[in-house]
Design a protein around this ligand. Structure first.
Ligand SMILES: C[S@@+](CC[C@H](N)C(=O)[O-])C[C@H]1O[C@@H](n2cnc3c(N)ncnc32)[C@H](O)[C@@H]1O
Length: 256
């Protein structure tokens, strides 16, 4: 994912434009996820996310912004009673439905508006690298809080706020990474990136903004995790070595 600009003067992207960006990303995303593999997920985040979810046997679960369904499938394999994946992007939901499993269903839907879910109907909700894509992520918090049962958990993996501000590395003349660049941290708002050769937009907010919004929605913070790879993981997935220097991701374990 290459950073392009954080120019605050650029036009605010609309929800329809965000949707179109993901529709353009979908073929490459599905190809990478299913055939090339995503080292950051398979080599690092999945282990941390599954540990954060804990025992899912018998639970009713939502994956908010599920993409082509990979984490839904992992949860269903681990015995969840029901997993519902929602995503704004029809081609990703079509791809998810093409790999059906028992107790697993998908809907095209907006993570900021979960009004077709009953209040207090779910035990666990997951947001796996989706809140950075939401212009109004607070609405996702409020919606998930409403549909979780009392005591239910919300596991949110997100880009680390120290990395979503700008991204990129300062490199020496030989192209070796000297240090990660952190700048414009307090300038919240949309950022433009290029991923899989497609221009797309996401949103940077500070750690305080995220944390305070979780509390405002009524969640308590049970644990904060900054995933760091083990030596064995880095040996198997050399692409994640940077994660041992500067965390790219953060996981908030929240409880209603
Ligand atoms: C970085 S991908 C993560 C997908 C999946 N959770 C994974 O880890 O493979 C972000 C996903 O959020 C979805 N998305 C973006 N805006 C959304 C919205 N408002 N509601 C639901 N999904 C959205 C995109 O279509 C995309 O599938």
């Amino acid at each position: 994912m290459n950073h392009v600009t954080n120019d605050q003067s650029m036009n605010k992207v609309t929800k329809d434009e965000l949707k179109s960006e993901w529709e353009a990303l979908a073929p490459g995303w599905i190809e990478r996820t299913r055939h090339q593999g995503d080292a950051h997920r398979a080599g690092l985040l999945d282990d941390y996310m599954l540990a954060a979810c804990g025992e899912v046997d018998g639970l009713r679960v939502l994956d908010s912004g599920c993409g082509e369904g990979r984490f839904c499938r992992l949860l269903a394999e681990r015995g969840a009673a029901e997993v519902v994946g929602i995503d704004l992007c029809q081609p990703l939901i079509d791809a998810a439905r093409a790999l059906p499993m028992d107790r697993l269903s998908y809907r095209v839907g907006d993570a900021e508006d979960l009004s077709d879910f009953q209040s207090e109907s779910l035990d666990l909700a997951v947001s796996y690298l989706n809140q950075c894509d939401l212009p109004k992520f607070e609405r996702n918090n409020e919606a998930v809080h409403r549909i979780l049962k009392k005591g239910g958990r919300f596991i949110v993996a997100n880009l680390h706020p120290m990395r979503s501000a700008v991204g990129g590395w300062k490199k020496d003349a030989q192209g070796r990474k000297e240090h990660a660049i952190v700048d414009h941290y307090f300038e919240e708002g949309q950022r433009s990136w290029k991923m899989l050769n497609v221009d797309f937009t996401n949103f940077h907010r500070t750690l305080a903004t995220y944390m305070n919004a979780f509390l405002q929605a009524g969640f308590s913070l049970e644990k904060l995790v900054e995933p760091r790879p083990t030596a064995a993981q880095m040996k198997q997935y050399p692409d994640i070595e940077d994660e041992d220097r500067v965390p790219n991701f953060i996981i908030y374990i929240l409880r209603k």
